[in-house]
Design a protein around this ligand. Structure first.
Ligand SMILES: [Fe+2]
Length: 289
């Protein structure tokens, strides 16, 4: 992956805020969702398509659930090096973070390049292609949804968002190589069905805050049925405990710092932080079943 060649980004897209959605104090960023923006070149999107539609991915990474008929998951980096490099490249992360309004990194390797595939019957082009996932919130703080199908005549395919006052706001779906960013953990949303496109392949990469002191509310409820649990649980435990490590280190530093300058011990402050650590560890453990 060569960012100079394969990124097609040309500046901040229009974004909608949590405040516009009447969800002012919800989430980890003031940004709710972006309009579609060009992210990768068509050439890069084609490489990604070829990687994720290879035989070995099809054989080793295919999952189906009640939520979606065909998903490909956990292919990178093993079977999809270009996809992995594209989503972990510092320039790509710079773009996603700028749009999201907060520094983000991929949630775990397992969530890099999740693929949703829906195919529309050729005889019935007016029937919606996708079995629609119902209204939901995502398991991870932010997602970036990248379109990997070239479907210029596609109709529908928008994302509908529910505002805090119960109204519905629609955001246009992306075209080949372009993407949308959504704070999906905190906004109830639905992907509307599309017509007029034979196949619809979208790549979903999930993100979490880079700063370990920012709240991290990921869960695995809808993820487990479509995952290799050994891989998922290893990656989950690793990054969640790394966050605990870093939070502990910062707490120790804070306690030492206060002592060094001769201040009183902050009983309430320290107890609150230990309580939060306990909750975080409990939530981490609860997701392993
Ligand atoms: Fe979603």
């Amino acid at each position: 992956f060569n960012p100079t060649k394969h990124l097609a980004y040309n500046g901040l897209p229009k974004r909608h805020t949590m405040e516009e959605l009447a969800l002012p104090d919800v989430g980890i960023s003031p940004i709710a969702v972006s309009e579609p923006f060009e992210l990768f070149s068509k050439e890069a999107a084609k490489y990604m398509r070829d990687e994720v539609l290879s035989d070995e991915v099809w054989e080793n990474c295919r999952f189906a659930s009640s939520l979606a008929a065909c998903q490909l998951r956990g292919m990178s980096p093993k079977y999809a090096k270009f996809v992995y490099d594209a989503w972990t490249n510092p320039q790509t992360l710079r773009i996603i973070s700028d749009i999201a309004g907060i520094e983000l990194i991929p949630n775990m390797d397992y969530e890099i390049g999740h693929i949703n595939i829906s195919v529309q019957s050729a005889d019935n082009p007016d029937l919606p292609a996708a079995p629609v996932v119902n209204w939901h919130k995502d398991s991870y703080p932010f997602v970036c949804v990248l379109m990997l199908s070239d479907a210029p005549d596609m109709k529908g395919g928008e994302t509908a968002l529910q505002t805090g006052t119960g109204e519905i706001m629609k955001v246009r779906g992306p075209q080949m190589g372009s993407a949308v960013v959504l704070q999906g953990r905190y906004i109830t949303h639905i992907a509307l069905p599309s017509t007029n496109c034979r196949e619809r392949i979208t790549m979903v990469t999930s993100f979490r805050p880079k700063d370990p002191s920012v709240p991290e509310d990921s869960i695995l409820t809808t993820i487990r049925p479509v995952s290799d649990l050994r891989e998922l649980y290893n990656q989950w435990t690793e990054y969640r405990i790394e966050i605990v490590e870093e939070r502990c280190r910062r707490l120790v530093k804070k306690v030492r710092g206060r002592k060094r300058v001769g201040r009183d011990f902050d009983v309430e402050g320290v107890k609150a932080e230990i309580e939060e650590l306990k909750n975080f560890l409990e939530r981490t453990s609860d997701q392993l079943i």
